[in-house]
Ligand binder design. Sequence first.
Ligand code: ATP
Ligand code: MG
Length: 163
Amino acid sequence: DLKELLEEVMEELEHKASKRDMHIKFEVQPDKHYLTNGDRQKIYRVCQNLIFNAMKYNQNGGEVQVVLKTHKNTIQVDVTDDGPGIPPEDLKRIFERFYRVEKSRNKKEGGTGLGLAIVKHILEGHKSKISVSSTVGKGSIFSFSLPLVKSDSMEDKHKAATL
Ligand code: ATP
Ligand code: MG
């Protein structure tokens, strides 16, 4: 359940966020289910890397938004920040191992430059891919999709509850 998984990730990072006066906003439809197939631990790692990056490179007081939505047969996860953004010339390289944008290298925040390479690798293993759109001075959006698994028992429960 991607909703439950994301809630866990946000709970884990909440302490770090509040220390920097940041908000993580979660946008999700409450009565929907977001079941997918995959390696839970690995998908957890993907979400943790993306949300942690969105916080790490943002200024204090910044906002991170996590949006979960379904399309026909897929669930989409968007992680949006209103941080510094990534210059176009760096954008195509951030998924390479050890690549860090020059500015981040000079900042005090540590990092090895492996996070996004791992994200890409894990999603490839799930027949998915990571996409990014970024504007310098405005922020970034990282997105990926996984298959939506229909749960008959859940739909039945829902029907029973609304009858
Ligand atoms: P690690 O994740 O291994 O601790 P890292 O965060 O530097 O280190 P990646 O997560 O792979 O490595 O990110 C690569 C680079 O992309 C970062 O160094 C940073 O320059 C840039 N980057 C990633 N996410 C963002 C973001 N949300 N906003 C701005 N820059 C980002
Ligand atoms: Mg990282």
